[in-house]
Design a protein around this ligand. Sequence first.
Ligand SMILES: *Cc1c(COP(=O)(O)O)cnc(C)c1O
Length: 413
Amino acid sequence: MMKINAPLQTLNVEKIRKDFPILLRKVNGKPLVYFDNAATSQTPQQVIDVIVDYYSNYNANIHRGVHTLSQEATDKYEHARDTIQRHFNAKHKHEIILTSGTTHGINLVASGFSSFLKKGDEVLVSALEHHSNIVPWQMLCERSGATLRVIPMNQEGELILSEYDKLLSDKTKLVFVNHISNALGTINPIEEIIKKAHNVGAAVLVDGAQACPHLKPDVQALDVDFYVTSAHKMCGPTGVGMLYGKEEWLKKLPPYQGGGEMIAEVTFEKTTYADLPHKFEAGTPNICGGIAFGAAVDYMNNIGFDAIAKYEHELLVYATQKLLDIHGLKIYGTAKNKTSVISFNLDGIHPYDIGTILDKMGIAVRTGHHCAQPIMDFYQIPGTVRASFAFYNTKEEIDKLVDGVKKAQRMLT
Ligand SMILES: *Cc1c(COP(=O)(O)O)cnc(C)c1O
């Protein structure tokens, strides 16, 4: 275990914080301490500038007009797709579908799979999922007659792989798992999960929304069939994200929405679809958002994911030890392999009341079930307080959180 009082030196955080104008803000008269990064991350000036530049200088629809603005917008949008392809190491550019976010990507795949599944088939979903990775699969099973089965978790918040082995069979067609749990921070062993699924001929979709702010996934090395994420969890804007799919899967999947931009030819008798990726990109997309997503990926790579991971781990260790010193505080999710998310409760106190007091002190945390009610049911609690740290947070901010939690405890007991 590292010394908890050693200075954190892996990143120049003071300099990084200057990139985020919102961090200068006061909330209820106190400097903002933003610990709700697992819900959405903050946006650096470099990304804000790209958004302002788009609307100030070249706002136009893409892939359509021959005029200069449309071509500039198209070039920048496609350049963002290149950046995202390189970042995730997809083999082909057309394997990157720009979506409105993780939820959209999951629904696109779930909807397309309806035609591949029949009664008796099974789809496996992990016990650690976000609602957006549960409900679409339930709807898919209702439509197709397939059965949903759940890979269980243990008290630490880790998936039980021996149970996963027992669930896998030649009936298994699809496995859905998040890379990192948003409620507990558990990093799931997706390499192993993917390999085992492929051994029985099942496809795997990984929800990477919570992983992409912390690490750099390599979709080819993972050999994953589908990988989805949202830009707003990794310093980009809301309402845009990515679905990666292996070319052979994307060719087989039917389009999700009909409309402009996704067709090759339209007559009233028959429409033929555009090539990938446009087959899945009906209508005018979030053009500015896509371009800003590319800028966010560049921004994070400039800081460096190795340095980010190392620094955030230091924050996690520091905060865990400090919080556990508080009498009556329990942390949910103690996986060996986890990111900088701490879900906790104080004995006899509702998480909402703690969150409200912390807000008065300028500290933003999430309270509630974190869109993961099955996990809360597992622990038999209504919810937790969740503090989630990013690379722009500091030890001093964690000290404020710890003081705030102690104060809340004094006020509420
Ligand atoms: C945030 C999140 C989602 C949902 O992302 P949207 O941007 O709301 O579509 C899904 N899964 C996980 C693990 C998340 O953290």
